[in-house]
Design a protein around this ligand. Sequence first.
Ligand SMILES: O=C(O)c1cc(C(=O)O)c2c(n1)C(=O)C(=O)c1cc(C(=O)O)[nH]c1-2
Length: 244
Amino acid sequence: MAALEARLREVGETRYHHRHPFQLMLQNGELDKRQVQAWALNRYYYQAMIPIKDASLIARLDDPELRRIWRARLVDHDGEAPGEGGIARWLKLTDGLGLGRELVVSTRGILPATRFAVEAYTHFVRDRTLLEAVASSLTELFSPMVIGQRVRGMLAHYDFVSAETLAYFEPRLTQAPRDAEMALDYVKRHAQRADQQQAVIDALRFKCSVLWAMLDALQHAYVTPGQVPPGAWNGEPGMGGQPT
Ligand SMILES: O=C(O)c1cc(C(=O)O)c2c(n1)C(=O)C(=O)c1cc(C(=O)O)[nH]c1-2
């Protein structure tokens, strides 16, 4: 099983979004405020869909113990009360960046490719085997590293963000390792055959592609050559994006 873990870590090393040019620009202070806003606006859709993805996974778990463990993820994102949890904290980030809440929550200004990538993830978790669904969350093995680089870089380079507006990320540094450890343990116990282990590797590759595609879309639309797709957010806080 150490061999499987080594293969998974190799996938992360080569394919995770810590290597994406948009992530590098974000953490190196090379984006302007509008580009950072576009990142936060689009990433909101990922945040909003994660608990829906997790709820569909929980619905397929027949072991109460596993459901109880996985349930913590719903609480992390949705909170126990209005204004709590990861989604609410992400909205503090978009507030802090000057984006209108109605625009953000409506998701009408997100890029088409953001929507397709996030939907592909939720459908993958719903439709594939439970083993693949669990394995697709294993990008979380690598997220504390990229979050640390992003937060440090953004605080150092952008005067329009603060530790308070980036507060979303702080709890993730403990939540993500807890979740990833559990998912890795599950995968190691359930991927016994070679074909199952390959399915696990492929699920992680797929998930890396989801995250990569989201940043590709931002790079294409808002960096170079600046091709904002029709109907997507046009750079004006609270505006842009056609009403649905
Ligand atoms: O900031 C990031 O780079 C990053 C990456 C990932 C990831 O690797 O999927 C997640 C998150 N953040 C995150 O905040 C989060 O809640 C989360 C949940 C999941 C998942 O697949 O269930 N990934 C991620």
